[in-house]
Write a protein that binds this ligand. Structure first.
Ligand code: UD1
Length: 347
């Protein structure tokens, strides 16, 4: 396949980043990866190779380090676009260590935006989050839904980053930006060569579900069954990580082919379906045949009651649609968990 050009993927060994590197290869791009491995490991690169047969260029670089980043760009002067994943993402941790979050997430973005024009790079796709909508009054949420005050430093960094990128496009008419607002990414590559690698006790629902099913955790706690939802548990829009990764390829095609007249665009990336925590547990049990012991626990501070996406803009403009079923996605998460356990036994 013809090489469609080099794409810098920051945070390319992370959960969504690694799945995106695979899809970039599949689409004929040449992804180059930088990551400081703060929340991932170098073995992910082997997983990418196992799936695609291609080994991406990898450098251990922290995007906060302007000089290292500049040296990297000097070496790779032919990068066509950047997909910027590298960021910290744990809501609770961000409340405890706000300055770490502001430095990691904001300084990195500013460094990239300062360096890109120096090297003639005009295109950036940014990982944003549905967290910017808070608890929306009207569901599903469209890209026009109001942005609500952030409830955590993590959320603030996503809002600030969006503002920084918007301001940058006003000042630099050559810059093209796509902001992708992710809903809740779950699952793993169907090969189980790559997946989510949570550090310590998981915060997010799916890794907690699979670890409980595996017996690593005793009991899943369902945070609240007294919400104003059909079964009382919170509702989210859970999107398959491979589907999500494919949306990045569509966004890259769009900026490189200059398909839009606007130099900044925003897209929701979700399935358009709201699914409750209890539905996730039931569907997981049905799809895998494995029980997930759980108990109802008090609400988790700061949780949104319900949110799901109107993804029709991405469907129409990016030509992208979430395709995988929830059952298959949950199966893929379980297959990945089993693989991790088999690996741990070997070691
Ligand atoms: C939140 C943010 C999201 C951010 C993500 C990063 C919102 C709406 N979403 O996702 O933008 O990218 O954190 O980590 O702010 N749950 C349990 N038991 C558990 C774990 C979770 O019941 O052990 C429930 C939660 O109450 C929630 C759902 O599962 O209703 C999903 O939780 P989680 O996976 O942590 O994601 P969000 O909080 O939606």
């Amino acid at each position: 396949m013809a090489n469609k050009g080099k794409i810098l993927v920051t945070g390319g060994t992370g959960y969504i980043g690694s799945h995106t590197v695979v899809e970039l290869f599949n689409a004929g791009y040449e992804p180059v990866v930088i990551d400081n491995l703060s929340n991932s490991n170098i073995g992910v690169i082997d997983g990418i190779k196992a799936i695609t047969g291609s080994l991406p260029v990898f450098e251990n670089i922290d995007c906060k380090d302007y000089n290292s980043l500049e040296r990297f760009f000097e070496k790779h002067s032919d990068i066509k676009a950047v997909i910027h994943f590298a960021a910290s993402k744990a809501v609770g941790e961000s409340v405890e260590q706000p300055l770490v979050y502001y430095r990691n997430n904001i300084v990195s973005l500013i460094n990239l935006l300062q360096l890109m024009p120096k090297f003639g790079i005009n295109n950036i796709v940014f990982s944003s989050s549905c967290t910017v909508y808070g608890q929306p009054e009207i569901l599903p949420v469209t890209e026009q839904s109001p942005i609500q005050p952030a409830t955590s430093p993590y959320g603030s960094t996503k809002q600030m980053s969006e503002t920084i990128l918007r301001d940058a496009t006003v000042a630099d008419k050559n810059l093209s930006v796509v902001l992708l607002r992710y809903f809740n990414p779950i699952g793993a590559h169907p090969s189980a060569e790559i997946g989510e690698l949570p550090n310590g006790v998981p915060n997010n629902l799916l890794p907690y579900v699979t670890q409980t099913a595996a017996g690593i955790r005793k009991m899943l706690r369902v945070f609240g069954d007294d919400y104003n939802t059909p079964d009382g548990s919170c509702i989210r829009d859970y999107i398959n990580v491979v589907d999500l990764a494919k949306a990045h390829v569509c966004a890259i095609n769009r900026v490189l082919e200059k398909k839009s007249k606007k130099n900044i665009e925003v897209f929701n990336l979700g399935t358009g379906n709201g699914v409750s925590v209890l539905e996730i547990i039931n569907t997981f049990e049905k799809a895998t045949g494995v029980k997930v012991p759980y108990e109802i626990a008090p609400r988790r501070a700061g949780d949104i009651e319900q949110v799901w996406a109107d993804a029709s803009l991405a469907n129409k403009e990016l030509g992208w649609k979430a395709e995988e079923t929830l059952e298959n996605t949950l199966k893929s998460a379980w297959k990945w968990q089993e693989k991790l356990m088999a690996k741990n036994k070997e070691e």
